[in-house]
Design a protein around this ligand. Structure first.
Ligand SMILES: O=P(O)(O)OC[C@H]1O[C@](O)(CO)[C@@H](O)[C@@H]1O
Length: 438
């Protein structure tokens, strides 16, 4: 197990009145214990196929084969899709520097682009700059009906046609969507299948925000050369205590769920995840969707906030420490001590920072992550610490599964359905009405 979790700095016995009472945590552990029984039934009955994903291997060959198609002769791979159809892939791709400030621009071929947000200027510019003759595309949508993804796909097909390349969309495109269901329209398949474009089936029993361990997340990961089997193995590590029948307090994801439930009941309406690693920035955004869509219903839930350290120390820290004490913090660190450029002694002295001499950038980041958690605690702000020493495929797989389990269990314990998102439909329907009105 790569993930180490401590909730010591969340409890009032250790940080004073702003912390959570042990009795409140015990109550929440009781609720989560019940939720674990439900989860075990979900696993046994097959109702939640996500729980079987960590130990599934029979689909890996087809994912690798599709990834080879995407890589073959490609300078660029463009992933079309939004929300859960994109954020998991982005999270994994960040291990290969996708969207990492500075280095993201120097990634090796194929360069990957996730065009999730719909912005006309971005889309125009990307289509102008992409070498269309050496770019592969994959359009991902579970429902096949998401407007953003459909518009992007139509825009790409049109651009290929304009470039005289439309004769062969099947040679440059892949689709991922649910298998067709009788009587249900699948617009993405309707759009691409007549062009001969091949589809991988989106698992019908796994919703978008829980799909990172399926072909949705693993296809882009494999296209970048990541070890997708290790991602699944890491997920199995997170699930192991549940398979072994551990008590809630001894299963890290269950303990995390209980902490969140207790925090919500104690009026901490905001959950902040602050990761001290550029390569976890997309992870924090993935988690925001996961948490918000899963627990935010029936007037319940807490507001997820993504933060990155140390940069957000220079942006949000003031509020975190001196604003309302209405948050549960998760400080996520990796083993960076001793890594990165070493500070030259003479230059350190010239800058008046003798203590920098011989230290690395990683030494400072490690000190900052530790200091931030301790400062939250000193200011009586409840804080959970999660540490993974080496951020690789296996550790990331474990983190992803940990947070999915934590979210499901928290949803069950809060009495909400963590798998639907009924409120999202309202604005979608209205936007379609407005579009039709012109
Ligand atoms: O994969 P789809 O069906 O295109 O949906 C994309 C996203 O849209 C949502 O349904 C919300 O609008 C998310 O839950 C989902 O991840």
């Amino acid at each position: 197990m790569a993930l180490q979790q401590s909730i010591d700095l969340a409890l009032d016995a250790n940080i004073g009145g702003g912390g959570l009472a042990q009795a409140a945590l015990d109550d929440a552990l009781g609720l989560v214990g019940e939720a674990m029984k439900r989860l075990a039934e979900d696993d046994a009955s097959g109702r939640l196929p996500l729980l079987h994903m960590p130990r599934t291997t029979d689909d890996l060959a087809s994912i690798r084969e599709a990834a080879a198609f995407l890589r073959d002769d490609a300078t660029d791979v463009v992933v079309l899709g939004v929300g859960g159809s994109s954020l998991g892939g982005q999270t994994l791709a960040q291990l290969k520097d996708y969207a990492v400030p500075g280095t993201g621009r120097f990634t090796e071929s194929p360069r990957i682009h996730f065009l999730d947000n719909l912005d006309p200027i971005t889309f125009d510019r990307v289509l102008h700059k992409l070498p269309l003759s050496s770019t592969k595309f994959v359009a991902i949508s579970k429902s096949g009906g998401t407007g953003e993804t459909l518009m992007q796909t139509i825009a790409v097909l049109t651009a290929l046609e304009k470039a005289g390349l439309r004769a062969h969309p099947k040679d440059v495109f892949l689709g991922v969507s649910e298998p067709r269901k009788d009587g249900v329209k699948n617009a993405l398949r309707d759009l691409l299948e007549p062009e001969g474009v091949r589809f991988l089936d989106h698992h019908p029993g796994i919703g978008g925000r829980y799909s990172v361990l399926t072909n949705v997340g693993l296809l882009p990961a494999a296209a970048l050369g990541l070890d997708i089997e290790a991602i699944r193995r890491g997920a199995a590590d997170a699930y192991e205590p549940f398979r072994n029948g551990a008590a809630a307090k001894d299963a890290p994801a269950a303990l995390g769920a209980a902490l969140n439930v207790a925090a919500a009941k104690a009026g901490k309406g905001i959950a902040v995840t602050m990761a001290y690693a550029d390569r976890l920035e997309r992870f924090t955004r993935w988690w925001v969707q996961l948490w918000a869509e899963s627990v935010g219903k029936d007037g319940k839930g807490t507001q997820p906030v993504a933060a990155i350290g140390p940069v957000d120390q220079h942006s949000q820290q003031q509020l975190y420490l001196a604003g309302p004490n209405d948050k549960l913090f998760t400080v996520l660190t990796t083993g960076v001590a001793g890594k990165g450029p070493v500070m030259n002694e003479a230059l350190a002295k010239r800058a008046g920072q003798a203590a920098f001499a011989g230290k690395t950038i990683g030494d400072l980041v490690a000190a900052q992550g530790r200091a931030m958690a301790d400062t939250f605690a000193k200011n009586s702000r409840p804080t959970r610490q999660i540490h993974v020493e080496t951020l690789d495929e296996r550790a990331l797989g474990e983190l992803l599964m940990h947070f999915m389990l934590e979210t499901i269990l928290a949803g069950y314990a809060m009495g909400v359905d963590p798998f639907d998102q009924p409120a999202v439909e309202e604005a979608k329907i209205l936007a379609k009405e407005y579009l039709a009105q012109g």
